[in-house]
Design a binder for this molecule. Structure first.
Ligand SMILES: Nc1ncnc2c1ncn2[C@@H]1O[C@H](COP(=O)(O)OP(=O)(O)O)[C@@H](O)[C@H]1O
Ligand SMILES: [Mg+2]
Length: 358
């Protein structure tokens, strides 16, 4: 690994592994997170995001590989790592029975601030996070969005060099999501590096400079947003025909016009195709889609509904892995049944490794 002080990396991991019994929750993860940026770790439920974050925050010990945070080994120099990081997520430490203000003062005191300084910092954060009106309310009465904000406020009482935000907006309404996004931007503007995990492509798109897509404990794609999108196509065309009998012809016309694979949806009048892959980007996608629509009309195919959208996380996964995100939700079931299809080779590899280790 390169010398830590000169690398400009907040996080550098190599072959990081964590297993829980038969489950390889994190299965050889390599990450390089530049300091001073938001780095997105994008993946569905059960992909290994929380496990990765907990190892990097020194809450879990890795079973293999290594990782450095600001040059400090997360196992051998865990105290140094702990002094520079903060974690917000399912494990935040606010007390439901205390008010928002009481929580921040208490945590400030625990961090060694004098009473007055702790109160001032608390007030400052409550104000910055739009929680002044709720300062005297018990946290148990906070809405989901307020709860997420007080969690983040608590985790940046002492401005950390690295903040882990583990799915900070999952389950929030759009307005609360936007508030959390603004907070993340403000935190980074102050020089903190943020590692953000998310299940939402649009969230990573909004906030992150670089994104690692993880699936089944592995990084399956990494790059800037532009690189990632270009690799899966800039968007998807969805269309519904008037007459299901015209679908085979429409499919052929689209395939030629878009030079892309066209998928039949379960709905007998619906087709989907990815467009605008490669250098053309978003504008190319819109032009391609418009040309395809004109061509359909020209040959007499009636289109009832037509839309061009950014690829969803499902589509990104489908493009990168050949399977959709939902196959991973039932992790227990999958592990009980063994990995199937294109994963068969991996299973053999794991078994071999496990035997070697035993
Ligand atoms: N403490 C644990 N004991 C057993 N299995 C676990 C534990 N924590 C996580 N796992 C499993 O490891 C996999 C990855 O989990 P996790 O890191 O929580 O994923 P994510 O945060 O991306 O949803 C899942 O299959 C999960 O069930
Ligand atoms: Mg998680």
């Amino acid at each position: 690994m390169s010398p830590p002080q000169t690398s400009g990396l907040a996080i550098e991991t190599a072959g990081l592994v964590k297993t829980f019994g038969e489950t390889r929750a994190v299965d050889g993860v390599d990450l390089s997170v530049p300091a001073g940026t938001v780095y997105g770790v994008l993946g569905p439920n059960g992909a290994g995001k929380t496990t990765t974050v907990k190892m990097l925050a020194t809450l879990l010990r890795p079973d293999g590989g290594e990782a450095h945070v600001f040059g400090h080994d997360i196992v051998r120099e865990a105290d140094d790592v702990r002094s520079r990081v903060s974690l917000t997520g399912q494990y935040a430490s606010v007390d439901e029975d205390l008010t928002g203000a009481e929580n921040l003062v208490l945590l400030g005191r625990l961090l060694g601030h004098h009473k007055k300084a702790a109160r001032q910092r608390g007030e400052q954060l409550l104000e910055a996070f739009g929680l002044t009106d709720a300062a005297a309310k018990q946290v148990r009465h906070y809405s989901g969005g307020m709860r997420r904000r007080i969690d983040i406020a608590a985790s940046i009482l002492n401005t950390p060099d690295l903040l882990f935000l583990d799915e900070p907006t999952t389950g929030l309404d759009p307005r609360s999501r936007n508030q959390v996004w603004d907070i993340v931007r403000a935190v980074v503007a102050q020089g903190t590096t943020v590692l953000l995990t998310t299940q939402y492509l649009d969230e990573a798109d909004q906030l992150a400079s670089r994104i690692a897509v993880i699936d089944r404990g592995r990084v399956i794609a990494e790059g800037t947003k532009g690189e990632l999108k270009a690799s899966v196509g800039a968007g998807s065309v969805h269309l519904r025909l008037r007459d299901p009998a015209q679908r085979p012809q429409a499919e052929e016309v689209l395939r030629l016009a878009l030079d892309a694979e066209v998928q039949r949806e379960p709905d007998p009048v619906a087709l989907t195709a990815r467009v605008g892959g490669g250098a053309a980007g978003g504008r190319g996608a819109a032009e391609q889609a418009a040309r395809a629509l004109a061509e359909l009309t020209r040959v007499g195919i009636t289109v009832d509904d037509f839309s061009l959208g950014q690829p969803s996380l499902d589509e990104v996964f489908l493009a990168l892995t050949g399977h959709d995100t939902r196959t991973r939700d039932a992790q227990g079931t999958r592990d009980a049944q063994g990995r199937q299809g294109h994963q068969a080779d991996d299973t053999e590899l794991h078994d071999t490794k496990d035997e070697a280790a035993a």
